[in-house]
Write a protein that binds this ligand. Structure first.
Ligand code: FAS
Ligand code: PHB
Length: 431
């Protein structure tokens, strides 16, 4: 089989890239080791940044998202018996949308198949060859047979445990990593959320997060030990611990219900540089991982392939090499912004050491500053809703100029920079 871009992995990164390439008239084949049913029901991320919502909408995938997604304009910080709302839209003009990753995946798969796209499920990629040639080969196993896909380029979108990153020769990649002394126990429950917006709770017993998927489905997380045994957490114990950490505000209580799914997610920060080698381009979890405290994982994956889609369009449509050559450099600016924010949120909210009261005091001071300072809350908000894509993608390929030097560094805030920037003065929580 032959195509222009061979894509390894049918997660948000691989599927979105295939969708974007199709819109530019570029052929691709997506190879996915698991079944369609598995990838469409894998419960993972839940929050879409404004930029991700804009990307999905402007590429024809907004209909169900705007109908079923829950637009949120703020989040709540809960600590030391206090509860503070961060009015993100008031501070930034942008919002988030709660829409499960599996819904994004379903929409992307449906769109690709409706457009005649090729997604080979249960096709396990075993090796990438000829990446330094003009015709790389993706070797995969399917239905008990060894198969191969020849292509012009390979996009490694196969997640942290995929094979693409390992196809880069020794000595080329530099890894940056941080492991955290805890994991997240996540539950999906048939229980109407007892909150309107996400609640991030700092507590002596450990972090807790109250999220949701719909008016009927709650998504909740608990900080647990890194080697926690899920079998030691029957539903009753989960609910008791969630109540202990979240019911710290007078007169409020959470809503329990049947647990539909529970899982453990290890916490790590991870980046490899560069995100490309010869004809291989890495995107999403294949090349970076963030602790989910900042709700960045899926959004970063989508941001990577938005860049990559433009770069391939500039190459195939205009013979331009600069966006492909500059992919890693450009993508890494957003990656490291998200790495820092995810680390900062994680460090501020989790119980990091059991016998360090000084650290807990620092965390409370930081949380109170974020809850009372407009400047600090704006910094949290603009990172959480996501930096405007325009800061990172540049204009569409047709009008794009070769990268300027030194790179234009624009403050990550809508309307910043231009002399005609207007801000609307409204009564502020911080007045
Ligand atoms: P993905 O891992 O989603 O997709 C990679 C795909 O490649 C998979 O379908 C895999 O089956 C396939 N693949 C792997 N090896 C292959 C091979 N050899 N051949 C063919 N296919 C192969 N982020 C958040 O923001 N919030 C969260 O709450 C959150 N929770 C998470 C929970 C878990 C358990 C995990 C693992 C991640 C979580 N994340 C969360 C991060 C997650 O959302 C990722 O950022 C997102 O899935 C990244 O998308 P992709 O890069 O497409 O990688
Ligand atoms: C989720 O709803 O799954 C979710 C929300 C916010 C996070 C992480 C996960 O920071």
């Amino acid at each position: 089989m032959r195509t222009q871009v061979g894509i390894v992995g049918a997660g948000p990164a691989g599927l979105m890239l295939s969708h974007l390439l199709h819109r530019h008239g570029i052929d691709s084949v997506v190879l996915e080791s698991r079944s369609r049913d598995h990838v469409e029901h894998r419960v993972r991320a839940g929050v879409l940044e404004q930029g991700s919502v804009d990307l999905l909408c402007r590429t024809g995938l907004g209909e169900r998202l705007l109908r079923e997604g829950l637009r949120h304009e703020g989040i709540e910080l809960r600590f030391a018996g206090e509860s503070h709302r961060v009015p993100m839209t008031e501070l930034t003009g942008r919002a988030i949308t709660v829409y499960g990753q599996q819904e994004v995946v379903k929409d992307l798969i449906a769109a690709r198949l409706a457009a005649g796209g090729t997604i080979l499920f249960e096709a396990d990629v075993v090796r990438l060859d000829g990446l330094d040639s003009s015709s790389p080969v993706v070797r995969y196993r399917r239905d008990g047979r060894e198969e191969e896909l020849r292509c012009d380029f390979v996009a490694g979108c196969d997640g942290f445990h995929g094979v693409s990153r390992g196809a880069v020769p020794e000595g080329v990649l530099t890894s940056y990593e941080r492991a955290y002394p805890f994991a997240w126990l996540g539950v999906l429950a048939a229980a109407a959320p007892a909150v309107q917006e996400l609640v991030y709770a700092h507590h002596d017993r450990g972090f807790a997060l109250y999220s949701m998927r719909s008016p009927e489905i709650s998504r909740l997380y608990l900080q647990v030990a890194p080697d926690e045994d899920l079998a030691a957490w029957p539903d009753a114990r989960i609910w008791a611990e969630l109540r202990a950490r979240l019911e710290t505000v007078p007169g409020w209580s959470l809503t329990e219900g049947p647990v539909l799914e529970k899982s453990l997610t290890p916490m790590r920060s991870f980046v490899v540089e560069p995100m490309q080698w010869e004809r291989l381009f890495l995107a999403g979890d294949a090349v970076h991982i963030v602790p989910p405290t900042g709700a960045k994982g899926m959004n970063l994956a989508l941001a990577d392939v938005a860049l990559l889609g433009d770069a391939f369009a500039a190459w195939y449509g205009h013979g331009r090499t600069d966006l492909l050559a500059g992919y890693s450099t450009t993508a890494l600016r957003r990656v490291w912004r998200a790495q820092h924010f995810s680390w900062w949120m994680t460090s501020m909210l989790h119980r990091l050491a059991h016998d360090d009261p000084y650290e807990a005091k620092l965390q409370t001071a930081t949380l109170r500053y974020a809850a009372t300072s407009r400047a600090y809350a704006t910094s949290l908000a603009e990172n959480y809703v996501g930096c405007p894509r325009s800061d990172h993608l540049g204009p569409a390929p047709a009008e794009a100029q070769p990268p300027t030097w030194p790179p234009r560094d624009t403050p990550c805030r809508p309307g910043a920079g231009g002399s005609d920037a207007t801000t609307t003065q409204r009564r502020s929580t911080y007045s």
